[in-house]
Design a protein around this ligand. Structure first.
Ligand code: GLY
Length: 235
């Protein structure tokens, strides 16, 4: 088997789909490799940001050449789909290329898209199940959202679990999403590779990035690892 190596920048487009309608969400960029500078093995995602200003010139082409034909293709094949279509792209020098499709939100893409969505998510999902997606107009905060993932050192290889987590302020830091965590007795402890997702919204990429990295400085557990360069391509 010969595979084409796709060199470029990743971009994710999530769409609400309720055939024949679909609504494309704002783009985001994930950071898969575990270390700064895109080094080391790939993970499920070490951080993301939205919008992705330097790649947005491709959006109309992606919709016309990839998402629209995908939804029409499903219809043609009599595959009735209502849900979230995840389009994972590599933006090469020549053009956007599809890396993968999934039928779910992205992780950590959802953690930067959801905070920017101004609509009521439940209304969109209800409209989708009722075949009324065309009645919805998506509106988005202009703010930039950045998410940094706090992982257990060693992930995506072997890592330790059960380390106590301190410094969280539930109800105050409302954009800290719990992932690989569990309550053990009365303590919150690590229970996975990707432990916490720390997001924040800011007026521009620099502000959102500073806020996110300041917020995560308060959080501690043994062998905590995170990338320090999330969204640097947007700056
Ligand atoms: N972040 C990649 C994925 O959700 O598949």
């Amino acid at each position: 088997m010969i595979e084409e190596f796709l060199d470029g920048e990743e971009m994710t487009i999530l769409s609400f789909v309720s055939e024949p309608d679909y609504l494309t969400m704002v783009p985001s960029q994930d950071h898969k490799p575990v270390f700064d500078g895109d080094r080391g093995p790939n993970t499920g995602g070490m951080g993301a940001y939205s919008p992705v200003p330097h790649l947005e010139k491709w959006l109309s082409e992606i919709e016309k050449m990839i998402i629209d034909p995908m939804v029409k293709g499903l219809q043609k094949e009599n595959i009735y789909f209502q849900g979230i279509l995840y389009t994972g792209l590599m933006i090469t020098k020549e053009e956007p290329k599809v890396v993968e499709f999934n039928v779910r939100f992205g992780n950590p893409e959802a953690q930067v898209i959801r905070p920017r969505l101004q609509n009521d998510l439940l209304e969109i999902l209800e409209a989708s199940t009722e075949g009324n997606l065309h009645s919805i107009k998506l509106t988005w905060k202009q703010d930039v959202c950045i998410c940094v993932i706090l992982t257990s050192g060693g992930y995506p290889g072997e890592y330790k679990t059960g380390s106590p987590i301190s410094g969280l302020k539930p109800g105050v830091d409302d954009l800290v999403f719990y992932a690989g965590t569990e309550i053990f007795g009365t303590k919150l402890v690590t229970n996975g590779g990707r432990v916490l997702n720390v997001s924040s919204l800011g007026g521009n990429p620099a502000q959102a990035r500073t806020q996110t990295y300041e917020l995560l400085q308060n959080i501690h557990f043994e062998n905590l690892h995170y990338r320090t360069d999330i969204a640097s391509k947007a700056l």
